[in-house]
Design a protein around this ligand. Structure first.
Ligand SMILES: Cc1cc2nc3c(=O)[nH]c(=O)nc-3n(C[C@H](O)[C@H](O)[C@H](O)COP(=O)(O)OP(=O)(O)OC[C@H]3O[C@@H](n4cnc5c(N)ncnc54)[C@H](O)[C@@H]3O)c2cc1C
Length: 411
């Protein structure tokens, strides 16, 4: 049996950051248990390998909780993106932001973030790798934690074992069972920031195309009409077409709100309405009556998008402009309201985050359990998920900073 002051379960973004902050606060007698053979496996894969660690537009409005989360704004404010940048600098790293506010390590390598953390933690003496925690309970002498290999006793326990998203990186939802054993509830779980599936026929010829679009969710049958735009879902960003679905930040943003049976309505020309496009096409058709229909759309949208829209309107790409005048309004509509049926999402297997988790209302301002003193939480295991764009890693860091402060005070 091994004894220590603090046990952290999970060596992801939250667990590693909690360890760093504990060390800063003078708490040195801690161990971090990680089931993988290395720490930060998911962290090292974030942001397409570039590590989008935060966002300069940080704020609670970019986060979602199923239950009340009264401490959210304070926790984010107490350790925000500016604190993170200063902290990185103190570790010898540099953070930079792109033109839409996403913050990355200047190296543009997510793995370099994990490395910085590992070096700062002294190379890993405090890590116990390949140790999956199976159970945890509170006894008189402290928290008794059993892994596959060892039994540990600690005065404080931090559960930073992630959610259910992308279990191949290590977090498979087992953390919820550990929390439930202490009487905690778990709000309904759903995959978020995940690819949306559609009928392959609806996106034929578009695979690999990335467009900057306006996208809105349409929920047939909602009050207000057969096809009614789902409240507050209009979003602008990248849509990337895959074999049988769409990804990209616009699709990701809608992914946690979507239900099977919904439709995505895509405007390939954000900022331009159908009437304006119809007028432009009509003027072009008048000027070049012999132009092929496909060429009429050149310079307007990507040629693959143009062909898909023509197909929807039953216009042959070879048709001459003078012959399709009557269909130009329909064509313009198709470019600005290109609907796709949503047949599902890629699920937890490929989601970036988990919606739902341990409700913040069961924890105090430092994320200590109101049910079991000395038990803390940090990161994705909590009922907080952020939008795509660095908000989830910032939550992992902010919540870990709060938990570490709480642990130091509690000890
Ligand atoms: C492909 C991908 C890309 C992403 N890109 C971004 C991005 O660019 N920006 C952003 O903000 N967010 C991004 N995210 C989300 C972000 O990675 C997560 O929000 C964040 O990693 C959560 O940190 P965490 O420490 O709470 O959980 P995790 O990173 O999942 O870490 C939990 C750790 O606990 C370990 N563990 C679990 N159970 C046990 C157990 N019983 N015993 C021992 N160890 C255990 C796991 O192995 C894991 O290492 C991305 C996610 C994915 C999957």
């Amino acid at each position: 049996m091994q004894r220590c002051d603090v046990l952290i379960v999970g060596g992801g973004a939250a667990g590693l950051f909690c360890a760093l902050r504990l060390a800063d606060l003078g708490v040195s007698n801690y161990l971090l248990l990680e089931r993988n053979d290395r720490v930060g496996k998911k962290l090292s894969a974030t942001g397409n390998g570039q590590g989008n660690v935060s966002n300069i537009h940080m704020g609670p409005e970019h986060y979602f909780s199923q239950a009340e989360a009264p401490q959210l704004a304070k926790i984010l404010g107490d350790f925000d993106e500016k604190c993170l940048a200063e902290y990185f600098a103190s570790l010898g790293g540099i953070l930079i932001s792109d033109d839409v506010g996403r913050v990355y390590p200047a190296s543009r390598q997510a793995s370099s973030v994990t490395d910085l953390f590992r070096f700062a933690l002294g190379g890993g003496d405090v890590f116990r790798l390949g140790e999956k925690v199976l159970s945890a309970e509170r006894r008189q002498n402290g928290f008794v934690v059993r892994s596959e290999k060892e039994e540990y006793v600690a005065r404080a326990l931090v559960l930073a074992c992630g959610g259910k998203a992308s279990p191949h990186f290590g977090a498979d939802g087992g953390g919820y069972a550990l929390a439930k054993a202490f009487g905690h509830s778990v709000t309904p779980l759903a995959p978020a920031i995940v690819r949306l599936k559609t009928e392959p026929a609806a996106i034929r010829g578009l695979k690999g195309i990335r467009c900057d679009c306006n996208v809105v969710l349409v929920r047939p049958g909602k009050p207000g009409g057969k096809d009614s735009v789902f409240a507050n879902t209009l979003t602008r960003g990248d849509v990337l077409f895959t074999e049988n679905g769409v990804s990209g930040d616009a699709a990701f943003r809608l992914s946690s709100r979507v239900r099977e049976g919904d439709e995505l309505a895509i405007n390939f020309l954000p900022g331009a309405g159908a009437e304006k496009i119809a007028r432009l096409l009509a003027a072009k058709a008048e000027r070049y009556p012999q132009m092929r229909a496909e060429d009429l759309l050149r310079g307007v949208v990507h040629s693959a998008v143009g062909r898909a829209a023509l197909r929807r309107c039953n216009i042959s790409p070879e048709e001459r402009a003078e012959k399709i005048g009557a269909k130009l309004a329909q064509l313009a509509h198709s470019l600005t309201w290109y609907t796709l049926p949503v047949t599902g999402t890629d699920g937890f297997a490929n989601a970036q985050v988990t919606r739902g988790g341990i409700p913040l209302s069961e924890l105090n301002d430092c994320l200590m359990s109101r049910k079991t003193a000395g038990l803390f939480f940090a990161g994705e295991i909590l009922d907080v998920d952020g939008e795509c764009g660095g908000y989830n890693l910032q939550w992992a860091f902010s919540s870990a900073a709060a938990a570490a402060k709480g642990v130091a005070e509690w000890l």
